[in-house]
Design a protein around this ligand. Sequence first.
Ligand code: PLP
Length: 479
Amino acid sequence: MGMGGRFVHGDDFAAAVWRELNPEPFKRKAVEPVSPGSRERRLRAIEEAGYNTFLLRSEDVFIDLLTDSGTSAMSDRQWARMMKGDEAYAGSRSFAFLEETVRELFGFRHVIPTHQGRGAENLLSTALIRPGHFIPGNMYFTTTRAHQERNGGTFVDVIIDEAHDPQANHPFKGNVDLDKLRDLIRRVGPANIPYMYLAVTVNMAGGQPVSMANMKAVYELCREHGIPVFVDAARCVENAYFIQQREPGYADRPVREIVREMMSYADGCCMSAKKDALVNIGGFIAVNDDELARRLRELVVLFEGMPTYGGLAGRDLEAVAQGLWEATEDAYIRHRVRQVEQLGEMLRERGVPIVEPVGGHAVYLDARRFLPHLPQDLFPAQSLAAALYIVSGVRSMERGIVSAGRNPQTGDHYRPRLELVRLTVPRRVYSLRHMRVVADAAAQLLSLRDAISGLEMVYEPPTLRFFTARFRPVSPWGI
Ligand SMILES: *Cc1c(COP(=O)(O)O)cnc(C)c1O
């Protein structure tokens, strides 16, 4: 039965369709052809890529769910803005537009562009971390922790325990455990904690949000001890949408207002604009403190470029600013998060084990339950990502022991409890029908799972190994 059958005279039909079917709040203006190719071609491609989906060529990929980073479709308005980019070396009008936008949407005083999120992380870590420092955070992120360690700091995970349990159903699984944070402050002393780094949403926990109440409590606790709080704002709009949907008192507040309130519980943020800001490249750091801003501007000149362009073209700054305005529209963000949820629903209906609840940017397959016969040393999530590509041409990403890397002190693997495959949905790119293909492919693979024998690592780079490590099956796979 279609929508028509349930329509009651006098209801707003369009509003009901909007709610139930989640139609795209945009239409196509440019397209790019894609196809699954042949099975032989996919087998050859994954062999050549060393069973690492990062090393596949995108032309061999049908539906690319490797990442939501820099893969958004830009709007006609963003493209129009790009033509208006002011490429002056100094005093660019495009910088002024970005600065006004971030001030207005986030409320921070100083805005410094960087080429992407890790550029901002580099500036913040270099400015504030000294050897022996501890940096609490709600679960690690790869580039974030790498920059903290590069500056002699030690990351300390203070996320709630539920975040490490793929089946724990908590509405704000990204929350900080205030007792863990208090313990750390007591144990090492506030003088050894240069800042608290709060990710909203938490990428590595499956795109899980942090509640407004928790953000506020973290900020107050840190303030008591003179510890500044910086937010990882890569997916702050998705986080705001979850607050609107799940936290009492926010149902009628526009997402834009919620974002602004979230940022009022922080001293600044680093943002990879490649996520929620709907652009292909870009980022920035924004802070309130004048002295910190001065040091960041000294560093940005060294690593990125003048403080008014930070390694970006004027046109990129225009696209970031325009993207931030579009991302914070309720109709956009509702469709975006709902589409990810719909992929989760289709997988659940097919009995595929996923992380619950579904996060903002991705659905995560639980490789421990999907491939229960594989021990962590045979890289279950890496194996699952490679197998999904072979059966369908769908590209996903490992988020398990390979991504976690090694402890620089002991040289041992970090052994995360979560062994996940991330199906990351690019913004405004794929249709619900594409999501259906992904769900069917995962279900098909589930029926063949016993034929996947696992992988061994044959090349390992010294840092961020998940990008370039190579593997081979321990015995041939019968999929
Ligand atoms: C992507 C990302 C970063 C790093 O940003 P880049 O633009 O890739 O350098 C930092 N934190 C989180 C949560 C991210 O998702």
